[in-house]
Each structure stands twice: as structure tokens, then as C-alpha cells.
Design a protein around this ligand. Structure first.
Ligand code: DHK
Length: 152
């Protein structure tokens, strides 16, 4: 079984570091990717790291993950609260799915309190800043390891 994890990022996260830093922090997405690569390597995971402002591209990456990846860490950003299509795509994926939000969405506007993706996610991390991605990767590694160790 592969030890590849897709780390997927939704709309506006390309502006991380510049966009509302009081909410999302000063780190850029490139900084997050570099940290993810270090943590993934320490768990023996490979990662593919992607960001898109287009819903269909995220869906296409989830479809690609079905064939080659053992897990998905996803920050769907605003699509969290709107996208049945991303939920449907995640429901076709068999490995662990970890949902990450940089901010604590539950402390924010009511429309951010509902997540379609949570109906599929095996775990949800919110409000831990960009460290949430690293926590998501650690959890993905543990779930992948448990699956590999389970008797067939
Ligand atoms: C990022 C966004 O862009 C928002 O639309 C979500 C999420 C929250 C985050 O905290 O990472 O509501």
C-alpha cells in the first residue's frame, strides 16, 4: 500500500500570509508546504501538495488520490461550507481524510459552523493555525500505519 498523502487547499489559500493575517497568520502556503514536507518525511510519508481556487480541480485531485494515495489532508477553505461535490468526491476515497481549518471556524460567523466535508472526515482540526496541517499529517500517518498493521 502507498504511503502517499495528498494535501489539498481550497480557494484564497494562495494568499496565505497576505490575506487577513490576524485570522490566518503570517506564514505563506509555501511555508506550510515546506513544514508539511518535513513532518511527512519524519513519518515516512510522501506528499503531493496542491492549491486551487477552482472546485473542479480539487475534485479531480481527489479522484487521482483514489488510485494512488493512502490518505488526504484537506483544507477546503470556503468550499467547506458550500460543496456537496467535494463531499461526494471524498466519499469515493477509501483512505483516511483529515479536515483542517487554520482558524477556529466555530468562533466565527454562523455560516462557517457547518461543514459538508465533516460528513466524511475521519478527524477535524480547527483553530490550531497552520500547525493544523502538521497535526492532520500525524493523524493520517497513524491511521495509515494502523491500516497497514491490521490483519487482512
Ligand atoms: C479558510 C477559509 O478560506 C474560510 O473560507 C473558512 C478556513 C475557514 C480556515 O480557517 O482555514 O471558513
Amino acid at each position: 500500500m502507498s504511503r502517499l498523502v495528498f494535501v489539498l487547499n481550497g480557494p484564497n489559500l494562495n494568499l496565505l500570509g497576505k490575506r487577513q493575517p490576524h485570522i490566518y497568520g503570517h506564514e505563506t502556503l509555501a511555508d506550510v508546504e515546506a513544514e508539511c514536507r518535513k513532518v511527512a518525511a519524519s513519518h515516512g510519508l510522501d506528499i503531493r501538495f496542491h492549491q486551487s481556487n477552482r472546485e473542479y480541480e480539487i475534485i479531480d485531485w481527489i479522484h487521482e488520490a483514489r488510485d494512488i494515495a493512502a490518505g488526504i489532508v484537506i483544507n477546503p477553505a470556503a468550499f467547506t461550507h458550500t460543496s456537496v461535490a467535494i463531499l461526494d468526491a471524498l466519499n469515493t476515497f477509501e483512505g483516511p481524510v483529515l479536515e483542517v481549518h487554520i482558524s477556529n471556524v466555530h468562533k466565527r460567523e454562523a455560516f462557517r459552523h457547518h461543514s459538508y466535508v465533516s460528513l466524511r472526515a475521519d478527524g477535524v482540526i480547527a483553530g490550531c493555525g497552520t500547525q493544523g496541517y502538521l497535526l492532520g499529517l500525524c493523524r493520517a500517518a497513524a491511521l495509515i500505519d494502523a491500516k497497514l498493521a491490521a490483519p487482512a
